[in-house]
Ligand binder design. Sequence first.
Ligand SMILES: Cc1cc2nc3c(=O)[nH]c(=O)nc-3n(C[C@H](O)[C@H](O)[C@H](O)COP(=O)(O)OP(=O)(O)OC[C@H]3O[C@@H](n4cnc5c(N)ncnc54)[C@H](O)[C@@H]3O)c2cc1C
Length: 294
Amino acid sequence: MSLKFYQPLELTEAVELLTSSPGVGKLLAGGTDLVLHMREGKVKPDFVVDLSKIQELRFIKSEAGLIRIGSMTTFTELHTSPLLRERVTCLAEAAGFVGSPQIRNQGTVGGNIANASPAADSVPALVALGAVVKITGGAGTREAKLSDILVGAGKNNLAPDEIITEVYFSEPNPVAVSAFVKLGRRKALAISRISVAVLVALDSPGEKVIEARIGLGAVAPNPFRVTTGEAALLHRGLTPEGMEEAVEAVCAEASATLGNRASAVYKKAAVRGVAREALARVYRNLTEGGRQHA
Ligand SMILES: Cc1cc2nc3c(=O)[nH]c(=O)nc-3n(C[C@H](O)[C@H](O)[C@H](O)COP(=O)(O)OP(=O)(O)OC[C@H]3O[C@@H](n4cnc5c(N)ncnc54)[C@H](O)[C@@H]3O)c2cc1C
């Protein structure tokens, strides 16, 4: 069977194509992962449904206490969004760290989630924020926690006819400050990336942490939220001791996941450095008042 290519203009049409077309279908968003996978023969679809013309999947908005992002929103759009840069800096920064300008212009948040890479850059911030994913398929629309649909390296639990339409999360506290730090890939050492997203809000006298979120990427099959690190920060001042306890908690979680594999020694040390830097950036931004965007 030769590869068929569809380019629907509406979501309902895309779902119908997935449910009614014969053979194995694949969704195409920006194509930055899928095209490579097809070239490498990892996936061999009979037909491709391109989502790029579906305008209803492309938005970033603040609505009723939620920040909602359409699945076809590109990394460039995330990185340059005034709303995200102001309110969810860690996500805007994470998008800015992705690949090259071309990849950022093409790659989408929906594709980043569905591809389920351990090093997916948008995911540490999104899981830390408790993001929920909205999904539409032949059986209707459902919602699931982002952390529940990622079920291993390169694996999600979406049905073949399901499309991620948006990802949303509660607006962080208006005074929250956040940062994303990523250790880049070092080709010579063949070591994958490590990334940390941190968000902290202090109470109005600036004495106690009232919101803390930490997400860690590239040490486990999927990025995850480090609630033990968050607990180390909460309900006390943002002190060097508290931050160091949080760093140690992040390291302990990373160690538990990394085990004794060859790269573990390096990665554990690297996690400590990356977590420290992320917290230090948040601290500087909170105490010096200036936001520093990567
Ligand atoms: C040179 C290069 C550098 C890269 N650098 C980075 C990096 O620094 N950080 C990073 O995180 N990633 C990086 N990537 C990976 C890639 O760009 C991202 O994962 C990107 O977000 C994928 O999005 P896409 O829109 O291109 O997805 P596609 O390639 O179109 O799709 C990816 C997968 O998701 C499925 N899919 C897409 N959209 C949906 C949807 N709405 N609902 C359900 N399933 C869907 C597709 O069927 C496919 O299986 C890089 C890739 C390349 C080629």
